[in-house]
Design a protein around this ligand. Structure first.
Ligand SMILES: [Mn+2]
Length: 233
């Protein structure tokens, strides 16, 4: 589900999925004019199309996903490059693909993937933001972190340049696992405990997503809010 929130007039988030291909995508667009909404919808469409077209090939799912994300970057970057009013548009992306019992999650930017198993919820992706990178640097070096850095400053995005560098995470799935893909319009307001609570509150995915969007609304919903819940039956 995707919701415009309480302060924005348009929704620049976009999501899509293909149940036959077992591919799920969430994007959060940015850039003036119509750029943000165009970037996120172009990226979702291109990832779904490219991944689907590569299904018959003997590629590993992560290679197929990487080809799809690279194709999304190409279309957003080239469209922005050719159109003066769209210069600077881009989008985050978090995508999950499933083949047999294996899941691969890829991300660019600060949209997140969470994994829930046996009552434990864990953020899988690492944000590509100045603030998150500063916190990781502190963790790795022990040096003090500058936490004044704005969390919304994204360090990687689809369409920001001719090349894109996603991160990938893979796991073997078990029956009962849940995966949540979400934009920062949700994740800035909820921690892993609240996400676990919401996912366990109902068997109906739509009800869970409704509940999560409700939490964001209660907290102010300053941004567009998108969440996509995948359950493994
Ligand atoms: Mn956002």
């Amino acid at each position: 589900m995707s919701d415009v929130g309480r302060h924005r007039s348009n929704n620049e988030d976009c999501f899509g999925y293909d149940l036959n291909a077992r591919l799920f995508v969430v994007c959060d667009g940015m850039g003036g004019m119509a750029g943000g909404a165009l970037a996120s919808s172009l990226a979702v469409e291109r990832v779904l199309d490219t991944y689907g077209a590569l299904i018959p090939s003997p590629m590993q799912p992560e290679d197929r996903l990487h080809a799809a994300i690279a194709a999304a970057n190409d279309i957003v970057w080239s469209t922005a490059d050719e159109t003066p009013t769209l210069k600077g548009m881009g989008t985050t992306l978090v995508a999950a693909c499933i083949e047999d019992r294996r899941i691969v999650i890829g991300n660019v930017g600060d949209s997140r993937g969470y994994f829930l198993r046996a009552g434990c919820c864990m953020q899988i992706t690492e944000d590509h933001s100045l603030r998150a990178e500063e916190i990781r640097r502190q963790r790795d070096t022990g040096e003090p972190a500058n936490l004044a850095l704005a969390p919304e400053f994204i360090t990687r995005a689809i369409g920001a340049g001719p090349e894109v560098r996603p991160d990938y995470f893979a796991a073997e799935l078990q029956t009962g696992d849940s995966i949540l893909l979400a934009t920062d319009g949700l994740t800035r307001y909820v921690d892993e405990q609240q996400i676990r609570h919401a996912i366990e509150s109902s068997d109906a995915a739509q009800e869970v997503c409704n509940g999560l969007i409700g939490i964001a609304h209660t907290a102010g919903a300053a941004d567009n809010v998108t969440c996509l819940l995948i359950r493994i039956h």
